[in-house]
Structure formats: structure tokens, C-alpha cells
Design a protein around this ligand. Structure first.
Ligand code: HEM
Length: 401
């Protein structure tokens, strides 16, 4: 089968038809894996232990071992430590202080201006990955391969110093009290902290950006979200706590729906021993496979009601929440390698979205016509082709059905 995820001028329907024809096990051209396994084998994929379908060995196979062992294993280890700490400290108060911080941060971005002269960016908000950007430019100075080591040495020293200083504040304080980096080699502290932070930005950004564009295409969805926030504000006031977040069920379903339609295939595994699928197809030992999430997420068997359409309500029918991992919710992966950042991501994506919805009417802007879905651009991530969005400050309490 051609690689539908890298070939231009093919449609999602072509891909679905080709997977069906291949009975959901397709040897894929020009792919980093040998086979793509489709929707009808999801239970096998979810339940096979890592001694048979091995994710770590696949990663060893495609990355040079020395580099991989040095960096990735350590990063995963520290990320798990930090996400466990995050999960153990999660309560109404911690979410409230996160929300206040995010609110201030988002407002500060919105108040800045971006100025273009022709196609050149002259001035941009701090968060843009532009050379004028304070934080990113600091990273960039250190971030070329030659001086990466110098940067990490600087970061290690900086964090160790912050942890040793009194009085400590915020996350540094929690990390010091909990001894997160106690016993960790000095040279790993900076890496251990910065990679989870950088990774979280990288993985949450595509989801949130697709979600925001979905709101500009489906104004009725934005209206429902605004009404949900209005009810929650009436109950909890303006502060956003964990209990308030838990009641944002429509928001949960909308982000789930944006992820469903915006997820590429993935979850690569190395086949450790010869295996047979229920349809008799053989997966040879030492071959590599991935799960065809792109076509699974559009499968009529699992997402029966117009699977190509953006319908958040479908997740109520299957009782699926954003943080779930099930046949209806494959974004976090399966088994031992499942994402440890699930809670962190769900809380933060819901926080950022609810703060934006409370403060701004999110729309396509004052264009004349209804916005049409222009499809997705497929790459490492899947992004909407539509790209503009209009944020207009509003009073959410004025919304009514
Ligand atoms: C929308 C956000 C995110 C999505 C969709 C996501 C998705 C995934 C997926 C699909 C996997 C592979 C699972 C498998 O192979 O079965 C994974 C692994 C991982 N994720 Fe996430 N992730 C997200 C956010 C995060 C965040 C915020 C962190 C860290 C703070 C994180 C840390 C990790 C780590 C360390 C692994 C590797 C686990 C292992 O191999 O043992 N993820 N994630």
C-alpha cells in the first residue's frame, strides 16, 4: 500500500478504502515501519504485552543507541517522576493557582501586537518563536548542537541554585520539598526539568490549535461551550478549580473530538516473535508495526454517526472522557508505554481553553461567508488548513440560547 500519510492528492476516504482492501494489515511503502495495523485489530494491539509488541526496542532500533540511552531514557524517567508529583498534588487549590497564572500569561500575550511589514515579521508577542522573543532567543543562543552541552550545564547550575535558595517559590519549592532531584546526578537536573516542559508545549499546541480552528468552523459548538461556562461561573464564580474543570463535560468532549480528527497513526512497536492476526495474517518476528489511528478514528464501526464530521456529542454516547484510554480514545497510547502526561495535558488543555472561552468570542472574524472546512495538512502532526482566528473580548454572561 502507498503511504497515504505522506502522499499528496489522496483523500482520507482513499486511505480507508485501501486499509479495508488490505484487511487492516498493510505493508506500507516509504514508511518507518513495515506494517500498518488497522481498526479491526485494535483489541489485539491494546492487549498484547510489551514482551511481544515492544515499543522501547523499536525506539532503540531507529535511534542510535548511545544518543538514545543518554537522553531519551533519562527524559522519560524524569518526566514520569514530575508527572507523578503533579498528579499527587492535584487539587482545587493547585488548579486555581495554575488557572491564575495561565490567565495572566494569556492576557499578556493578547495585549501585545504583531506587526508585519510585507511578509516580514517586525515585532511579535513574546511567545512567538521569533528571534526577538526573549525566552526563546535565550534558548536559541545555546541551542545549536555545538553549544548544547554549554546550555545544559548552565541550566543544571541554575536549577540547583534555585532549589538551594531560600525562600523558594512555586514549582521549585514543591520539587525541593519532595526531593524530586535528590540523588539525581547533577548533570541531569536541567535536562530532567526542561524536556518535559518543552515536550508539553510541543504536544499540546497542535491539539489546542486544531480545537480553536474547529470553533471557528462550528459557531454552534462555541455557543454551547459559552453556555456551559456561564452555568459553571454561576455555580463556582470566576475561579477555576478542579471541581469546576470536572464539570466542563462539553469542553472535554469538544477537545476529544478535535484530537480524534487530528491524530495521525502511530504507536510504533517491534514484533518480538512471529504472531498471527485473527484473519490469519502473519506478523514476522523483528518486523515493525504501527497502529492506523487515522483510519481507526474515522471507522464507522467505532464512530458510527458520520465519522468524518465534528460532533462532540458522540463522546457522550460512548461515555468517553478526554483522559480515557480505550478503543474510542487512542490518543494516549496503550499498555506500558502509555503517556504519563495524560492528567497534566487534560487539565492544562481544559484550563487554557476555558480561560479563552470566558474572555473571548472565538470566531472566523468578520468574513462574509460561512467558513468551510478546508481539510487537514498531514505532517508529523495533523493541522487544519484553515489558519486564521478572531478573538473578540466579550461578556460571557450575556450569552443565551
Ligand atoms: C496532548 C498531549 C499529549 C498526547 C496526545 C500524548 C500522546 C502520547 C503517546 C501516543 C505516547 C506513546 C504511547 C504508546 O506508545 O503507547 C506518549 C508517550 C509519552 N508521553 Fe505523551 N502525550 C501528550 C502529552 C504529554 C506530556 C505533557 C508529557 C510530559 C509532561 C508527555 C510525556 C510522555 C512520555 C515521557 C512518553 C513516553 C512513555 C514511555 O515510553 O514509557 N506526554 N504520549
Amino acid at each position: 500500500m502507498i503511504n497515504y500519510e505522506t502522499t499528496e492528492d489522496v483523500t482520507s476516504n482513499d486511505y480507508i478504502v485501501a486499509m479495508k482492501k488490505a484487511e487492516d494489515i498493510a505493508a506500507t511503502d516509504k514508511s518507518r515501519v513495515d506494517y500498518t495495523v488497522g481498526s479491526s485489530h485494535i483489541h489485539m494491539f491494546m492487549s498484547t504485552p510489551s514482551c511481544l509488541l515492544n515499543s522501547s526496542k523499536y525506539k532503540f532500533m531507529i535511534h542510535p543507541p548511545s544518543r538514545y540511552i543518554d537522553v531519551s531514557r533519562k527524559i522519560y524517567f524524569y518526566t514520569k517522576k514530575l508527572t507523578n508529583l503533579y498528579n499527587s498534588k492535584l487539587d482545587d487549590e493547585s488548579v486555581k493557582s495554575d488557572a491564575n497564572w495561565i490567565r495572566e500569561f494569556l492576557e499578556s500575550i493578547m495585549q501585545q501586537q504583531t506587526i508585519y511589514y510585507g511578509n516580514n515579521l517586525v515585532y511579535a508577542p513574546l511567545t512567538y518563536s521569533d528571534y526577538n522573543n526573549d525566552l526563546i532567543s535565550k534558548f536559541r543562543v545555546y541551542w545549536d548542537i555545538r553549544s548544547k552541552r554549554k546550555y545544559l550545564t548552565y541550566l543544571n547550575k541554575f536549577i540547583l541554585k534555585q532549589i538551594s535558595l531560600e525562600p523558594r517559590e512555586g514549582f521549585i519549592k514543591v520539587m525541593a520539598e519532595e526531593g524530586v532531584f535528590a540523588g539525581v546526578p547533577k548533570e541531569d537536573v536541567g535536562t530532567g526539568l526542561i524536556f518535559p516542559i518543552a515536550m508539553s508545549g510541543r504536544v499540546m499546541a497542535p491539539v489546542l490549535s486544531n480545537f480553536i480552528i474547529d470553533l471557528t468552523i462550528y459557531p454552534h459548538v462555541f455557543l454551547k461551550l459559552a453556555l456551559e461556562q456561564k452555568i459553571i461561573i454561576k455555580k463556582y464564580g470566576n475561579e477555576i478549580t478542579l471541581s469546576a474543570l470536572n464539570e466542563m463535560v462539553y469542553l472535554d468532549a469538544c477537545i476529544s473530538e478535535s484530537i480524534r480528527l487530528g491524530t495521525m497513526s502511530g504507536l510504533p512497536r517491534l514484533v518480538e516473535k512471529d504472531m498471527y492476526l485473527p484473519n490469519g495474517a502473519k506478523l514476522k518476528a523483528s518486523s515493525s508495526i504501527k497502529f492506523g489511528r487515522f483510519t481507526h478514528n474515522r471507522s464507522e464501526s467505532y464512530f458510527s454517526h458520520n465519522p468524518h464530521d465534528y460532533i462532540p456529542e458522540r463522546h457522550f454516547k460512548t461515555h468517553t472522557k478526554l483522559s480515557d484510554h480505550s478503543v474510542y480514545s487512542t490518543q494516549w497510547g496503550f499498555g506500558q508505554q502509555m503517556c504519563p502526561g495524560v492528567n497534566y495535558s487534560c487539565i492544562n488543555m481544559k484550563l487554557i481553553s476555558s480561560i479563552l472561552i470566558r474572555k473571548y468570542n472565538i470566531s472566523k472574524g468578520p468574513e462574509q461567508n460561512e467558513r468551510r472546512h478546508q481539510g487537514y495538512e498531514l505532517g508529523h502532526w495533523l493541522f487544519h488548513v484553515n489558519s486564521s482566528v478572531y478573538f473578540e473580548p466579550h461578556n460571557i454572561l450575556n450569552y443565551s440560547e
